[in-house]
Design a protein around this ligand. Structure first.
Ligand code: AMP
Length: 286
C-alpha cells in the first residue's frame, strides 16, 4: 500500500493504473475509520477495481464555525492499518494546505436535494461536501466512487452532482454497517459516554418501528412519521432534530398515502449528548 500526501503523487499512481487498463475505485473519507468505511473498501476490491484508493481528509469547508472541526477524532496510524487490511492500494492523506493552498472562491452547490434535513440544520454543509468531492473526483480521475447510505442525503447530493457536471465517475451507494445492537457505525460515536451509547440505539429502534407500522398496514405518511417521533421522544437522552419519510430518489417528503410496491426511505437525526447522530432505512411498501 502506498501512502501519499500530495495531489500530484496520487494522480500519478492512479493514472498508472488506468494506463495499464485497470479501473480505479475511490473511497473518500474523513478518517477515524471503522468497519463501515472498510465495507466500502472491501466492496471496491470485490468489484474488481485494479486499485482501491482511499482519501483521508477532514474537510474544513463542510464544518460550520460552531462545529467539531478542531476536535474531530483522528488516528492516521490506525486508519492506515485498517486500509491495508481491507486491501487498499493507495491512500491520499493530504495536509489542509495541499487541498486548499489559497482561499477558495469556487464552490459547488446542489439545489433541492441539499435543501432539507441535514441542509436545513447545517446550511453550508453540503456545499462544503460537494466542493471537496468535486475536487477529489478531479484529482482521482475516471473511477468508481463508493459512498455509504449511512449519509443518505450526501449520497443523493454526490450522485446528482456527478450526473449534472458529467464527472467521469460512477457513484456506488453501499449499505449501512451497524454495531451488534443496531447503532449505525460512525466516527462520532466515540463522543458518546456509556449512558448515551445505550440511548443512541433509539434511532435504530425508531426506524424499525416505522418499518413495522408500514408492514402492519399503515399508509399515512404523517402517522408513520409520528411513530418515529414518538419512539425517539421516549428516550430522554435524545433530542430529535428531524424524522422524515421521503422518496429515495428525490428526497421529497411523501405527501400521498403510500402505495403497494413503493420504495420509501425513513430518516432520523437526533442529538444524543455531544454528537448529532443520523440513521435511515429503506422500506418497500408491501
Ligand atoms: P466519513 O468519514 O464520515 O466522511 O464517511 C466516509 C464514507 O463512509 C461516507 O461515504 C459514509 O457514508 C461512509 N460511512 C460512514 N459510516 C458508515 C457506515 N456505518 N456504514 C456504511 N458506510 C459508512
Amino acid at each position: 500500500m502506498q501512502v501519499v500526501e500530495t495531489i500530484a503523487g496520487f494522480r500519478h499512481l492512479l493514472d498508472g493504473t488506468r494506463h495499464d487498463g485497470g479501473r480505479v475505485g475511490l473511497v473518500p473519507t474523513m478518517g477515524y475509520l471503522h468497519d463501515g468505511h472498510a465495507s466500502l473498501m472491501r466492496r471496491s476490491v470485490a468489484d474488481g477495481d485494479a486499485v482501491t484508493a482511499v482519501t483521508i481528509f477532514v474537510n474544513p469547508l463542510q464544518f460550520a464555525a460552531n462545529e467539531d472541526l478542531a476536535s474531530y477524532p483522528r488516528d492516521l496510524d490506525r486508519d492506515l492499518a485498517l486500509c491495508e487490511a481491507a486491501g487498499v492500494g493507495v491512500v491520499l492523506a493530504p495536509p489542509v494546505e495541499e487541498m486548499y493552498p489559497e482561499p477558495i472562491l469556487t464552490t459547488v452547490s446542489v439545489a433541492e436535494v441539499s435543501a432539507r434535513m441535514e441542509g436545513a440544520t447545517r446550511p453550508t454543509h453540503f456545499a462544503g461536501v460537494a466542493t471537496v468531492v468535486s475536487k477529489l473526483f478531479n484529482i482521482a480521475g475516471p473511477c468508481r466512487a463508493y459512498f455509504g447510505e449511512k449519509d443518505f442525503q450526501q449520497l443523493a447530493v454526490v450522485t446528482k452532482m456527478a450526473r449534472d457536471l458529467n464527472f467521469p465517475v460512477e457513484v456506488v451507494g453501499c449499505p449501512i454497517v451497524r454495531e451488534p445492537d443496531g447503532l449505525a457505525m460512525s466516527s462520532r460515536n466515540v463522543y458518546l459516554d456509556e449512558h448515551e451509547r445505550r440511548a443512541a440505539t433509539v434511532l435504530w429502534a425508531a426506524l424499525q418501528r416505522g418499518a413495522a407500522v408500514i408492514e402492519a398496514g399503515e399508509r399515512s405518511p404523517a402517522a408513520i412519521v409520528d411513530a418515529l417521533v414518538a419512539t425517539v421522544g421516549s428516550e430522554p437522552r435524545a433530542t430529535l432534530d428531524y424524522a422524515e419519510l421521503v422518496d429515495p430518489a428525490t428526497l421529497a417528503p411523501c405527501a400521498e398515502p403510500l402505495a403497494s410496491g413503493q420504495e420509501v426511505r425513513l430518516l432520523v437525526a437526533a442529538q444524543v449528548g455531544r454528537p448529532r447522530l443520523l440513521d435511515n432505512l429503506g422500506v418497500t411498501v408491501p
